[in-house]
Design a binder for this molecule. Structure first.
Ligand code: G3P
Length: 214
């Protein structure tokens, strides 16, 4: 399972790389706005820093505008993936970009048939937003499970990025059902490595070691 980091924060990406846990990065306009820096220089920095795929989102809502933005973004590096919203204009865009060999990540997916449509258009990745589905008292991970079944039924190569992850439990569920990728906020990435019993156990080992030496 690949771990992407869902952030536009350079320090978080660097820390994730040190841990060997950054197989790729996903950004979006909200994450970039949190950085309070020039977004263009931030995305250039991220693309240069990360070896794996970096998803950068278009802002246009019409296909021509999305295609123009995508072509420009794709010149930043061979690892750029263009994030396109799951709309009719977005699907038209994905079809065109896939014919041009530009990788795409269809974002804002909330039901499995949207993933099927994106895959038929030639999307490289689809991003179901599971946390936001859980927020409205539905089961986000069901979308991922159904999408996996659909892709396997028809042999689509489109990969699933489980997005809008809020907790370690989401990562556990994504891994258990065999999702290709989880894009994880940095705070959740850190939580994945922690357990109170690990801390208690380590404290005990160190205390006992000190006692031997006394
Ligand atoms: O990758 C998508 C993600 O950034 C959305 O997360 O927490 O805003 O639903 P959230």
């Amino acid at each position: 399972m690949n771990f992407f980091i869902d952030t536009a924060n350079i320090e978080e990406i660097k820390k994730g790389i040190e841990l060997g846990l950054v197989d790729g990065v996903t950004t979006n306009p909200t994450l970039l706005s949190k950085e309070k820096k020039d977004p263009e220089s931030t995305i250039k920095e991220i693309v240069a820093l990360v070896e794996g795929p970096v998803s950068l989102e278009v802002i246009s809502t019409d296909s021509k505008g999305m295609c123009d933005e995508a072509r420009k973004l794709s010149t930043l590096g061979p690892n750029v993936v263009v994030k396109v919203p799951m709309t009719e204009e977005g699907i038209k865009t994905v079809r065109i970009l896939s014919q041009e060999g530009i990788k795409t990540n269809v974002t804002l997916i909330f039901q499995p048939v949207q993933s099927l449509i994106a895959a038929k258009a030639g999307a490289t990745y689809v991003s179901p937003f599971i946390g936001r589905i859980d927020d409205i008292s539905a089961r986000g991970m069901d979308i991922v499970e159904d999408t996996l079944t659909i892709f396997s039924n028809y042999g689509f190569e489109t990969e699933i990025i489980v997005a809008s992850i809020r907790s370690p439990l989401h990562v556990l569920q994504a891994a258990t059902i065999g999702a290709d990728i989880a894009t994880i906020p940095f705070n959740v990435l850190r939580q994945l490595m922690n357990h109170p019993l690990t801390d208690i156990g380590l404290e005990r080992f160190l205390k006992d070691w000190d006692n031997i030496k006394k």
